[in-house]
Design a protein around this ligand. Structure first.
Ligand code: ADP
Ligand code: GLC
Length: 497
């Protein structure tokens, strides 16, 4: 009998493939970025393909708040020096395991750093312990649980694969490593190596050693049977130094074992026809109702009421996201008759620059510094266009939400942004397939020219509406990607559907 509760299929006598998904974030429990959306949506995406997924998360305070107490299923006397417990629970149909280790995870501040954004100095220990626990669970050491495959997300979960494949006390298991962002690698000083509890033979270029230190993501990539990135373009880009960030050689060496599977979006969470966060619900046929939502955004951001183009950006304010370049172009955007309602937080200099821009252009630029899920929905529903000038973007979700809501994405041609938006060039407009505006190179002139193109298109309401409708009709649901992940799991386990 399968010992971990799975979906309805088991009631009908079929044995689903059992996958342990290991992630540091998952909605609705903990989120700092798109990883959480993806890890939260993946179980439901693969369920129709006879895959029963359980997600392992660290026991951050927010996780306990949503999940409640959970059921105790295992205890560790010491996980890299700290006692820990494993709790089980569910959110809807999503089965969860939570690593309850107060010494590592019950902290005020963010999952990776304190309230000032300073990384916790023991992150190596926290996430090595997380990986060690995941390897134990995946390999059947926790009574009542067994799995056919483990799927680790990003550097925080990557050590799972090192413990699975390198530690002598864990049997091998097929393993997938998904890279959501190569910029975060979990690179630590060599002196932590002896404390990881791995055999000394793991200290090689083929193991966890990376440029003289310990590389968590590197180790996961080295040990994975298949590495996936969250878009096909990013899988190709990380072969180059500019995007590979030191790991391009490893990516190239792993050859066809590196693949891209595009993220989907969860239509239950992001659907303008059902979104309870927004002032007026609408579909691609009732797009005019967006006007009510636009008024609501103007009100919330202290902007002048106008039918002129209203831009938004919903973003971490970091170098990756190109928000420094966005800042440079704001005077031009306003000069052209545009307005901006921005939601984000991050780099203090960019935050200060945005406040200054808002003060320079009262009623034209509104800024909300912080994190607000409901407001992000209202912005997608009320703004005309969303700016995503990322220098690199493994997939990107806000442009997908923009497409689904008729908030036309204006994106840099990179990674998942290149893969998901069809540029409104003359040919695409004539063919009636355009869904947004793309530009090459994240610098002032390129973004300025893209904004000018948006303004010109906006002046042609029929064409604009067509672009909105094309985006809204495009299918970025999880269906295709859920199928692709399930196929991958089957390929690695040798189990047919
Ligand atoms: P990344 O994960 O690199 O930050 P993505 O585009 O994949 O980029 O995902 C970002 C996610 O975080 C989206 O769901 C987006 O709506 C959300 N988000 C980003 N900043 C904010 C914010 N300040 N408030 C609310 N949601 C935000
Ligand atoms: C990362 C990437 C982003 C991607 C998200 C989910 O945070 O920066 O591009 O959409 O992960 O995969």
């Amino acid at each position: 009998m399968p010992n971990n509760p799975t979906d309805d299929r088991e009631d009908h006598g079929l044995m689903p493939l059992k996958v342990l998904s290991v992630a540091s974030e998952a909605v609705p429990l903990v989120k700092t970025g798109g990883l959480a959306d993806v890890a939260g949506a993946l179980p439901a995406a693969v369920a129709p393909h006879d895959v029963a997924m359980t997600t392992l998360l660290p026991g951050y305070p927010s996780v306990g708040k949503v999940l409640g107490k959970g059921k105790l299923v295992h205890k560790w006397a010491s996980l890299l020096g700290q006692p820990a417990r494993l709790l089980s629970g569910t959110i809807g149909k999503h089965k969860l395991l939570v690593l309850d280790c107060p010494a590592y995870f019950a902290r005020e501040g963010g999952p990776y750093g304190d309230a000032n954004g300073q990384d916790w100095t023991d992150n190596w220990q926290r996430f090595a312990a997380f990986g060690r626990a995941a390897a134990d669970i995946a390999s059947g050491k926790v009574k009542g649980y067994s799995f056919d495959l483990v799927h680790a997300h990003d550097w925080q979960a990557a050590m799972t694969l090192a413990y699975l494949k390198l530690a002598s006390d864990t049997p091998d298991l097929p393993a997938v490593m998904t890279i959501h962002n190569m910029a975060f690698q979990g690179h630590f000083d060599a002196k932590v190596f002896p404390r990881l509890g791995l055999p000394s033979s793991a200290w090689t270029m083929d193991g966890v050693e990376n440029y003289g230190g310990v590389g968590f993501l590197k180790a996961g990539m080295q040990m994975a049977d298949i590495i996936t990135t969250v878009s096909p373009s990013y899988a190709a880009e990380i072969r180059q130094p500019e995007f590979g960030m030191g790991l391009e050689g490893l990516v190239a060496a792993r050859g066809s074992r590196v693949r891209g599977i595009l993220n989907g979006i969860d239509p239950k969470v992001w659907n303008p026809a059902e979104d309870s966060e927004i002032a007026a619900r609408y579909s691609h046929r009732t797009l005019t109702r967006r006007k009510i939502n636009k008024r609501a955004v103007e009100g919330a951001f202290g902007l002048e009421q106008s039918d002129g183009p209203l831009f938004t950006a919903i973003s971490r304010l970091t170098w990756q996201k190109g928000t420094d370049v966005l800042l440079e172009v704001l005077d031009h955007l306003v000069g052209m008759g545009g307005r901006l309602a921005l939601l984000g937080s991050g780099d203090k200099a960019i935050e200060a620059g945005l406040h200054e821009a808002a003060a320079r252009h009262p009623g034209r630029i509104g800024v909300h510094i912080g994190y607000d899920e409901g407001l992000s929905h209202r912005l997608q529903a009320g703004a005309d266009a969303i700016l995503v000038p990322s220098r690199f973007e493994p997939c990107g979700l806000t442009q997908l939400y923009g497409l689904a809501y008729g908030c036309v994405p204006v994106v840099a041609r990179t990674g998942g942004l290149a893969d998901t938006v069809i540029d409104a060039n003359p040919a695409a407009l004539t063919a009636g397939v355009a869904t947004g505006v793309q530009f090459d190179g994240v610098h002032y002139h390129a973004l300025r020219a893209a904004i000018d193109r948006v303004m010109a298109l906006y002046e042609q309401p029929r064409k604009w509406r067509r672009v909105q409708q094309n985006g809204m009709k495009a299918d970025f649901s999880w269906e295709a990607s859920g199928h692709a992940y399930a196929e991958l799991y089957r390929e690695l386990t040798g189990r047919t559907a």
